[in-house]
Design a protein around this ligand. Sequence first.
Ligand SMILES: C[S@@+](CC[C@H](N)C(=O)[O-])C[C@H]1O[C@@H](n2cnc3c(N)ncnc32)[C@H](O)[C@@H]1O
Length: 343
Amino acid sequence: MLTMWTMWRGCCTQLLWTRANGKSPLSCHAVRRCSAPALPAASITALQAVDLWRRCFEQRGVTEPRMSSHYIIAHLLGAKTIQSLEQEKLIEFLSREQMEQVWELCTKRLSRVPVQYVIEEWDFRDITLKMKPPVFIPRPETEELVELVLTDLQTTPGVAVIADTQRTFIEVGCGSGAISLSLLKSLPQLKAVALDQSVEAVDLTWENALRLGVQDRIKLHNMDIMKDGEALLSICDPAVALVSNPPYLFSDDMSTLEPEIFRYEDHAALDGGVDGLKVIKQILMIAPQILLNHGRVYLEVEPRHPPLIRQWVEVNVEELRYIETRHDITGRPRFCILQREES
Ligand SMILES: C[S@@+](CC[C@H](N)C(=O)[O-])C[C@H]1O[C@@H](n2cnc3c(N)ncnc32)[C@H](O)[C@@H]1O
């Protein structure tokens, strides 16, 4: 499936998680304030606008200059990509109104607003999600997490059986709803209970659920798992799976993030504490109480985490067994699978 992320990733490696290589933490956040080029008096074509803004982004040090200009201008012309537009449309002169829109959105990008917030939507697997700052922008690795969960729920003996009869899964930290809504879209028999500490995230997931027509199969809660873990037990029936892409960055790494992330995304979605495991440990403590026997936990984590999680669970959570670590398409260990097993 050629998603926006695949194409984006095809042109760059690791857009958003990349640290500002070679720059000191200070310099990477001290973004130059750039004035936008003046709106030309005469009209230009879409292709000329794409090229003008690409060069402008390049000169001003905006990451992914080509893709940024492509996505914004394609979006304004009613398409996902420049490549999907007919040649005729690309060489037509833009109207004054279209020119003003291009300038407005590209100027936002110039001040390092992520392109996903600029165009206010983004594709995740086969769904299009509305995006709104500061709610976390779903990353390509998470598409892999969803694939993994879907396959595992349908093919693992024992898990597949309970997934067939007990149909609720829980997501901790739903953000824009990417994981839960994608799973609901793919498996019509499933129901979700999703929670997030951010009101903006819960509201955005609800808006996206309505857009996708799955609102009857999802229950949403504005809840902080660190404080209201016990309350979660009272609001949902035992579940077949607990899925999460929690905040997992080591606090020390926060200052090395690109300006797009550091300045615009909710830090609570990213910062996992000193060892990146603060929320993960809480999820693992609660998991045995909210999962059915043989129910599974699926986590997206930082590449350093899998051995630490395995070790920690062995010592601290009797009823959870570490099943395996899975790698992402770049070969990094990024996903952990655990299973509840009654002693
Ligand atoms: C990395 S983002 C993932 C969002 C979404 N699931 C995705 O993959 O695009 C982590 C999410 O967890 C939420 N979160 C962080 N700490 C939390 C907590 N203590 N309780 C509940 N949600 C939390 C954040 O608000 C954020 O939306």
